[in-house]
Design a protein around this ligand. Structure first.
Ligand code: NI
Length: 162
């Protein structure tokens, strides 16, 4: 496993659409290593989610960890099939360090995805998980949160000295 280099604001790759992962590739070492590296990279930077494009790989792979008992969730080729309601939330992104803003996200989402074992799954999510899935699926479509924020809510938070 390895920490991958993050891609940051201003990098054109963040505006590109990621490609579906063919089912037969999911079990390959290349994809499994990418997933492990994405989880390690997300943890290293204390992120709640990370899309493959953020480490420079245009594949429809997302990792999410709410640091609860469910552990990291891996979503390959995720599709949001239903949304319900709205929530106004504070949001950030590992590709936009120290920037936070308010944004409207769906209150609930139902998503289908393939897990790292190749099994098609469905998840019904609300609150932070719904927000995270929505944020990460946007990344796969070349969309970044900063383009959708509530105007005037962007804040720059100075990183704490370690
Ligand atoms: Ni992000």
């Amino acid at each position: 496993m390895a920490i991958r280099n993050l891609r940051y604001q201003g990098d054109d790759i963040l505006k590109k659409k990621s490609k579906e992962v063919p089912e037969e590739e999911i079990s390959t070492e290349k994809i499994q290593t990418l997933i492990d590296d994405m989880i390690e990279t997300m943890h290293k930077y204390n992120g709640v989610g990370l899309a493959a494009v953020q480490v420079g790989v245009l594949k429809r792979i997302v990792v999410i960890d709410l640091y609860d008992d469910k552990g990291p969730i891996v979503l390959i080729n995720p599709v949001i099939i239903k949304t319900k309601g709205e929530q106004e939330v504070e949001e950030g992104c590992l590709s936009f360090p120290n920037e936070f803003a308010k944004i409207i996200r769906p209150a609930e989402v139902v998503a289908e995805y393939t897990d790292r074992e190749g099994k098609r799954m469905q998840v019904k999510a609300k609150e932070l998980l719904a927000q995270a899935i929505s944020h990460e699926v946007d990344h796969l479509n070349g969309e970044v949160f900063i383009d959708k924020i509530i105007p005037g809510t962007l804040e720059y938070v100075e990183p704490e000295e370690n």
